[in-house]
Ligand binder design. Sequence first.
Ligand code: MD6
Ligand code: FE
Length: 207
Amino acid sequence: MQDHPITGPGGLSYLPSHFDRAAQEELVETVRSIVTDAPLFQPAMPRTGKPFSVKMSNCGPLGWVADIDGYRYQPFHPRTGRPWPPMPAILTDLWAGLAPGVPAPEACLVNFYEAGARMGLHQDSDEQMFDAPVISVSLGDTATFRIGGLTRKDPTTSFRLQSGDVVVLGGAARLAFHGIDRVLSGTSTLLKNGGRINLTLRRVTAA
Ligand code: MD6
Ligand code: FE
């Protein structure tokens, strides 16, 4: 990551082992209660309807959804029609610690990767403002995270995200293209059945 143009203050921050094992276990319990209330759903690509390999849920006042009609934030689950469960304090505390003074997060997207799942190169650009960072937490199996620049053609670099690691995309890196190349099965004992969870916290609306 050294010398990459989007690193540095206000850009990409990588915080390895930000959460210790006990905190990771607490986060997994929190995710379990979120998906009990708001079950994982299978998002699909707009227009084509091709399903994602990653399953999703959300907590907070807004949730990100993807289906044949497009990408958007909405206040209710696409299948149950119920509001998303509230954002837990462990996540609002993370935000307050890493983005002090920034308006509170409104959406936490829960991504669940089973063996073989990946996420193509994308920008997080469905929010109404980009002043706030996007903060992500990785849990379970290690993944290869790829990040580039502000256009899809820019050169990319990759590094591994392990359970407990936190990534912040802010400032010049807020709209950088990024994705998950692969999840390395069997690299963590946190999730009994393996796989990987990634949580991304976002501010969606202007304050
Ligand atoms: C993942 N992460 O780690 C996918 N987006 O599974 C993201 O798409 C992401 O890690 C915005 C900011 C940080 C991220
Ligand atoms: Fe993203």
